[in-house]
Design a protein around this ligand. Structure first.
Ligand SMILES: Nc1nc2c(c(=O)[nH]1)N[C@H]1C(S)=C(S)[C@@H](COP(=O)(O)OP(=O)(O)OC[C@H]3O[C@@H](n4cnc5c(=O)[nH]c(N)nc54)[C@H](O)[C@@H]3O)O[C@H]1N2
Ligand SMILES: Nc1nc2c(c(=O)[nH]1)N[C@H]1C(S)=C(S)[C@@H](COP(=O)(O)OP(=O)(O)OC[C@H]3O[C@@H](n4cnc5c(=O)[nH]c(N)nc54)[C@H](O)[C@@H]3O)O[C@H]1N2
Ligand code: SF4
Ligand SMILES: [Mo]
Length: 744
């Protein structure tokens, strides 16, 4: 049979590597990095290669499943969707719209369905109970950027390819391949930075692969970056190193003065006593940041999912702003994605707390409530109690704190429907599972990550293989759920949801042009010019045409549109990040809000933790870690990835000595939430007083159907994560959990 090559962007992580997929007919022979992809240039990781195995995995669901008498049976789409319709209608009728909750997992951000079709579903559900993986992840950064720049989607990325000094707080891009930063082959980019005389400095309680490649690594006690960042800003002020440069006119001088006051107590010595980073190292780092011609400070999970995650995320932006590195080549900048027209983000600013969670009164942030508090909303009787859950591409039983409690709450729900590939820890609780077609059968465009790219770039990947006649595209399933939620019913045509999205976009454009008469075109004229199949592709064509590089429906013939993008199998390079802060800002006054009023109270309350805040009962602090061959919880069913990928507890030799632990011993790890056991790995790659355990494990729950994963189940670290929340951004504290460790 003749061999062909297809090209596709990998949707597994934010790096978005180009892949070359070798096919014999419709059989996938081999996957490797696409040498001609302008961003990844042939780089890919073992997970991208394993898309072949994911496609072939016999445990991956091919048809909807319905639970009957406690076990799943295969069902047709009509039957499954009708059951969803009847069940949701009954629950909403009896208990109101808030009784139906929605949880969205991480892979939604990696699909066209997630980029375009989720919003109509949320609108149709009319529920306050909307949750996602964002509140166990990046919401602190979104909230901080929302307040500073006016919109939670306006997140600057480090210009890794041009910087002289990259300072990384709490991220491990050598393993995660980058987050809120699309930079495929991050190790290669760092090598290039070092080759041009630049440096990378890493601040992390673990000596990660990123730390090992760094020019300097500073161990820091978990959860204390906020104090170190305050001390860095303290030094910048003290040594008169504030230099906002081209940003000066955009910043209120009062904000600068107030920030100076706010950090006045936080000397490097004061920070050292909490962070355990030597004060002269803090001073030296502050000076280096100030003296570097181009510097980018970047933070991720280790500065988000911690006690003061929102403050940390804000202070990192503040350092970049105060040194004039924001919106500057080699500093940090806003990507300018091809599908987001300039001016389409309203200059409204960002507010939280438009509603509150029923039980704990947590403020809504970017439309979401804290997923760490979802269980209590299920458990607590009364009006608004969650009786039903829809999950799309998520595994909250593994991803979310107090996971046993959440699992028990799921078992009590009246009805649960999951859109997912597997019967896993979460979906085993479902009444109906709706599986999308294989990843290789979907078209792809990175609606989220092109906006977080270290270089402007666009790629559309057509489906590599045709889906089967009885399979559904991801967007079709979400559109069916939207029809169900809006009362149009399970049988309604999913394409209508796509048409309605397009109609809304065209309406907006015509309105912005002063109405059809003034514009000289109608919305039908515009939509009539579109290309691509009905569904996300046509919507993408519309957005590309009105976007910053677009053909403007023919007015700019050199501009791009869907056909041009689709004719570029390796994607289109749209150039380096460039300065466009004035257009990018979405604050009502068009300024940078350096010291947002929403954060002032929290800054005032930032008190020194007591000197001995490690209670005897819980003398160690637990953090997480990622492994190159994992993708949160769901790639452990691929044999090629589950090899050499152990779920062990890292313990420093000093602590192991005190605890009498040896390599391979089983340790009991106890927190205020629960107790779990894991094998010990003694290593100097973790600082004394800190232990680490990866997340995404615990595949031994009854009723799962993931045969490979269940053979090497590991343990779910979130069983011992308490439900602590950083209220400013609704986000869970996942790192720095006080624990006791003992030989089991
Ligand atoms: N291989 C692989 N890649 C992935 C994923 C995966 O599961 N596996 N998941 C993807 C997802 S969903 C995301 S969000 C990204 C995350 O991407 P990253 O944030 O780059 O990945 P993490 O490994 O979580 O890195 C967090 C780092 O913070 C450190 N840390 C913990 N606590 C603290 C602290 O208090 N202060 C400081 N300074 N550091 C701290 C940890 O030791 C760790 O090295 O990765 C993505 N990529
Ligand atoms: N302790 C601790 N907990 C953590 C973290 C940590 O660092 N430490 N990291 C947190 C982070 S950053 C994240 S993002 C969350 C992840 O939390 P989740 O997103 O809830 O969990 P995942 O493990 O990513 O599960 C994704 C699910 O989607 C399914 N799936 C994959 N692709 C698709 C698709 O295209 N469509 C559909 N419908 N389903 C699909 C998979 O089978 C899997 O069931 O975990 C968080 N939890
Ligand atoms: S680094 Fe991320 S995008 Fe690239 S191949 Fe691996 S999983 Fe896919
Ligand atoms: Mo994440």
């Amino acid at each position: 049979m003749t061999q062909t090559s297809a090209y596709r962007v990998c949707p597994l992580c934010e790096a978005g590597c180009g892949l070359e997929i070798k096919l014999s007919g419709d059989r996938v022979e081999k996957i490797r990095g696409d040498q001609d992809h302008p961003m990844s240039k042939g780089f890919c990781c073992p997970k991208g290669i394993a898309l072949k195995d994911l496609h072939a995995d016999p445990d991956r669901l091919r048809t909807p499943m319905i639970k009957e008498n406690g076990s799943f049976r295969e069902a047709g789409w009509d039957e499954a969707l009708r059951l969803v319709e009847a069940s949701l209608a009954r629950i909403r009728e009896e208990s109101g719209n808030d009784a139906v909750a929605l949880y969205l997992g991480n892979p939604n951000t990696h699909t066209m369905a997630g980029g375009l079709f989720i919003r109509p579903l949320i609108k149709a559900l009319k529920t306050k109970n909307f949750y996602s993986a964002s509140t166990v992840d990046q919401m602190p950064k979104m909230a901080a950027c929302g307040w500073i720049y006016g919109n939670p989607g306006r997140i600057p990325v480090p210009d890794v390819d041009h910087t002289d000094l990259l300072v990384v707080f709490g991220a491990n891009p050598f393993v995660s391949n980058g987050s809120l930063m699309t930079a495929p082959d991050f190790p290669g980019r760092v090598r290039a930075l070092q080759a041009r005389g630049g440096q990378m400095i890493v601040i992390d309680p673990a000596e990660t692969r990123t730390a090992q490649a760094a020019d300097r690594h500073l161990f820091i006690r978990p959860g204390t970056d906020v104090y170190m960042l305050c001390a860095i800003i303290h030094v910048l002020f003290k040594q008169e190193r504030i230099s906002t440069g081209h940003l000066a006119d955009l910043i209120d001088p009062v904000d600068i003065a107030d920030l100076k006051d706010a950090v006045s107590e936080w000397t490097p010595a004061a920070a050292e006593s909490i962070c355990r980073v030597p004060s002269d190292e803090i001073t030296r780092l502050a000076r280096q940041i100030a003296e570097a011609d181009k510097c980018a400070v970047y933070g991720r999970m280790g500065t988000s999912t911690v006690r003061h995650g929102t403050l940390c995320s804000w202070l990192i932006e503040a350092v970049n702003i105060l040194t004039g590195n924001l919106d500057r080549q080699g500093g940090t900048g806003f990507a300018r994605p091809a599908h987001v027209p300039d001016g389409s983000i309203p200059k409204k600013g960002f507010t939280i707390g438009r509603w509150h969670s029923r039980v704990s009164g947590a403020a809504e942030v970017a439309g979401e409530l804290p997923v760490a508090l979802m269980a209590e909303e299920m458990e607590t009787p009364g009006e608004g109690q969650i009786r039903s859950l829809i999950t799309i591409a998520g595994n909250p039983v593994v991803a979310v704190p107090e996971s046993r409690r959440l699992d028990a709450a799921l078992a009590e729900l009246d009805f649960m429907v999951c859109v997912d590939y597997y019967i896993n820890e979460t979906t085993r609780r479902a009444d109906v599972i709706l599986p999308p077609a294989s990843i290789l059968c979907h078209g792809h465009y990175d609606f989220f990550f092109h906006g977080l790219s270290v270089r402007n770039f666009a790629a559309y990947s057509p489906p590599v293989l045709e889906k089967g006649p009885a399979e559904k595209d991801k967007w079709e399933i979400v559109a069916h759920l939207t029809h169900i939620a809006s009362g149009r019913g399970a049988a309604a045509d999913p394409g209508q949801v796509a048409d309605r999205i397009l109609d809304g976009l065209a309406d907006n454009v015509i309105r912005a042009m002063g109405g059809p008469e003034k514009a000289g075109v109608t919305k039908d004229d515009l939509t009539g010019m579109l290309s691509g199949r009905r569904g996300p592709e046509r919507i993408l064509d519309f957005l590309l045409r009105i976007g910053p590089y677009g053909d403007n429906f023919g007015l700019k013939p050199d501009g791009i549109n869907f056909d041009k993008l689709a004719a570029s199998p390796h994607g289109m390079d749209l150039g380096p990040l460039s300065s466009w802060i004035e257009k990018a800002l979405a604050t009502p006054d068009g300024k940078i809000h350096l010291f947002p009023r929403q954060l002032r109270g929290a800054m005032e309350q930032l008190s020194t933790p007591p000197a001995n805040d490690r209670p005897e009962k819980r003398p160690l602090e637990l953090i997480g870690r990622r492994h190159l061959r994992t993708n949160n919880s769901w790639m452990h069913n691929i044999a090629a990835l589950s090899k050499n990928n152990p779920c062990t507890l890292y313990v420093h030799p000093d602590d192991a000595g005190v605890l009498g632990l040896e390599n391979g011993d089983f340790a009991e790890i106890t927190s205020d939430a629960d107790r779990i056991c894991a094998p010990v790995e003694i290593t100097e790659q973790i600082m004394p007083g800190v232990v680490s355990l990866p997340h995404g494990w615990g595949h031994d729950m009854e009723g799962m159907q993931m045969r490979v994963a269940s053979q090497n189940p590991g343990v779910n670290t979130n069983r011992i994560t308490p439900g602590e929340v950083d209220w400013l951004s609704a986000t869970a504290v996942l790192n720095g959990i006080p624990v006791a460790v003992a030989k089991s």
